[in-house]
Ligand binder design. Structure first.
Ligand SMILES: Cc1cc2nc3c(=O)[nH]c(=O)nc-3n(C[C@H](O)[C@H](O)[C@H](O)COP(=O)(O)O)c2cc1C
Length: 193
């Protein structure tokens, strides 16, 4: 399988980085081809600007967006790894979606309304948060994020959602629990197909 990982965290010592290493290693071990787009390391510009709209109106995209769209075209499965910041994704991840999942590439508007253009692609989300999983499940926050991210972005673009695993209490939990989370990530690799 062609596995694309879109990774967003500025700190190489973060738990998100440990997830990236665990998942990337497990995917390679099962024989998958793995491409990682580390948005901070790439210094990806997340700000949608006039030049993006000008390019789209001319039927194209800017060079940096084309590079990322080619990666999406290439991939069978795309896994996003990011921390929850203010009950959503980091700005750099949101900006990647704003710019890379562009009109004419990820979706279009026609006579019958909006149409997703990324059918056939599968997507997995692995997120981390400070809040306990049960707390965010109980107060509706997980459901809200699932609606705005899973439905509002990925299903809107006709992608098949393989899963959205939200690991809770990451900053406060024990090293043993973090090791269990990473073991789960390694097990997850076999399901990303
Ligand atoms: C700017 C910022 C905003 C955050 N907002 C939330 C939030 O809304 N909900 C939450 O549960 N945790 C929040 N957190 C905590 C992070 O999600 C948590 O520290 C992170 O997932 C731990 O993973 P890491 O070690 O890889 O950074 C926030 C952290 C930062 C830095």
């Amino acid at each position: 399988m062609k596995q694309l990982i879109v990774y967003s965290h500025p700190n190489p010592l973060s738990f998100n980085h440990a997830i990236l290493e665990a998942l990337g290693g497990a995917l390679k071990a099962q024989g998958d081809e793995v491409h990682v787009r580390d948005l901070y390391a790439l210094q990806f510009d997340p700000v949608l600007k006039a030049v993006d709209f000008e390019a789209i109106h001319k039927g194209g995209v800017t060079e940096d967006v084309k590079v990322e769209q080619d990666q999406v075209r290439w991939a069978d499965v795309i896994t996003f790894i990011f921390p929850v910041w203010w009950a959503s994704m980091p700005a750099i991840t949101k900006g990647y979606i704003d710019r890379v999942f562009s009109h004419g590439f990820a979706y279009s508007y026609g006579a019958n309304g909006a149409q997703g253009l990324l059918g056939g692609k599968k997507v997995m989300l692995i997120t981390t948060q400070g809040a306990p999983e049960a707390y965010y499940a109980g107060n509706g926050m997980l459901q809200s994020m699932s609606q705005t991210i899973d439905d509002g972005i990925f299903r809107f673009c006709a992608m098949e959602l393989l899963g959205h695993r939200a690991f809770g209490e990451v900053p406060s939990t024990t090293p043993e629990n973090r090791a269990k989370m990473l073991a789960e990530v390694i097990q997850m690799a076999a399901t990303l197909k």
